[in-house]
Design a binder for this molecule. Structure first.
Ligand SMILES: [Zn+2]
Length: 383
């Protein structure tokens, strides 16, 4: 009991320091603990969260904070009372959405080599995004003292962080105890790294079934699929990747379906990061064309809240009022067009590239072992 009190005090002190001086917390390793810290794992060995750290429900148990304090990872979670407001449970985000809204999402990170560059781009373009973190990578990086830094940079820039499982298996090929463990363990690792409990979940390969969905809902998660993907494995240039996404948008438009939606990218590759930069500019160039044609419902890059639908809301997005661009967003688009007039032709020239989005290979790794598959979609509802 006495030990617990001392731990708790040390815990509160550490947390208070971390939050009163965020720059300190970001740059300086946490001070050495007085208690017996677990041994540093040998090189190449991944330290594991001990089973005793979990409570009876599989989430953080009483031993979790002790484990964190003594952990070689030196993660400092935000105290529970300071967690940001959670979205209530929502309907899965999938298919197309009314309005010209796009949400950028990045899976499988964080990547210390490429994520900081991506954050720089998103910051200068003022575009929010969601990062679905792979917990095994966060943990592995934490050992190299990089996991917290990169994961926290994402959060500090105002982006949302979601759970993308622990080790990226096809959840539907696992036993229930195994897939629950994947969700819960990743929840703990991500929460520890960023300081709050994630509420968005993206299943690896988009692979889910009704039981997994029920469990995610029970855990307060909103599942987020995607509407548009880039052909990251086969497209050799950012230009071809952007072209593939634009082609998918055009295709939906042609079919009279909702064009707003979620874009899936991976910040693993430098070319995918540059693809994000180019995509943002290309979509803004599209706004210039729309404004010239007198259409003021311009494209916008939005955050995850924009697609949030509480349980009980109508499922069909068509049933909701199509959210149109606000006058301020239209004005912002006009300003962008005015300052980028010289570049517009170059940015629009992407339209001349030919990409076959209906090819079976589109979006898949050449060896068939890609990290993602096509989304479930409102036109093809099978998972
Ligand atoms: Zn993935």
């Amino acid at each position: 009991m006495r030990r617990r009190t001392r731990w708790t005090r040390a815990w509160i002190g550490l947390v208070a320091l971390a939050w009163s001086a965020p720059s300190w917390a970001q740059e300086t390793p946490a001070p050495a603990q007085t208690g017996a810290a677990p041994e540093e794992p040998a090189a190449g060995e991944v330290a594991r969260v001990p089973e005793t750290a979990y409570g009876a429900d599989g989430f953080n148990g009483p031993a979790f904070e002790d484990w964190l304090l003594g952990s070689p990872f030196r993660l400092v979670p935000r105290p529970r009372a300071e967690t940001p407001p959670r979205l209530p449970r929502g309907r899965p985000v999938e298919g197309g959405f009314a309005g010209r809204r796009l949400l950028l999402t990045f899976d499988d990170g964080p990547f210390p080599e490429t994520t900081p560059r991506l954050l720089e781009i998103l910051r200068s373009e003022q575009v929010p995004a969601v990062f679905f973190l792979l917990a095994a990578r966060v943990q592995e990086l934490a050992q190299r003292r990089q996991g917290r830094r990169v994961a926290r940079m994402i959060v500090q820039d105002g982006h949302a962080v979601g759970n993308h499982s622990f080790s990226h298996p096809h959840l539907t090929r696992l036993e229930p105890a195994q897939w629950k463990h994947q969700i819960v363990r990743a929840h703990d690792v991500v929460r520890s790294a960023v300081g709050y409990a994630p509420t968005l979940f993206r299943p690896p390969y988009g692979s889910v079934d009704a039981a997994i969905d029920r469990y995610l809902e029970y855990r307060g998660y909103t599942r987020v699929q995607w509407t548009y993907i880039a052909d990251e494995f086969r497209a050799r240039t950012p230009e071809l990747m952007v072209r593939g996404i634009l082609e998918q948008i055009r295709e939906r438009e042609k079919q009279g379906r909702n064009v707003g939606g979620v874009v899936l990218l991976h910040d693993a590759h430098a070319r995918s990061v540059e693809c994000a930069a180019l995509l943002i500019r290309r979509i803004r160039a599209e706004n210039c064309t729309l404004l010239e044609a007198g259409d003021e419902d311009v494209w916008r890059f939005v955050d995850a809240d924009s697609f949030f639908q509480p349980i009980g809301a109508p499922r069909e997005t068509e049933a909701l009022d199509p959210p149109r661009a606000t006058p301020a967003e239209v004005e912002e688009a006009r300003t962008w067009c005015a300052t980028h007039r010289d570049e517009l032709d170059t940015i629009r020239s992407l339209d001349r590239l030919e990409v076959d989005i209906n090819s079976d290979d589109f979006g898949r790794a050449p060896d068939g072992g890609g990290t993602y598959e096509r989304s479930t979609d409102d036109a093809s509802p099978s998972p």
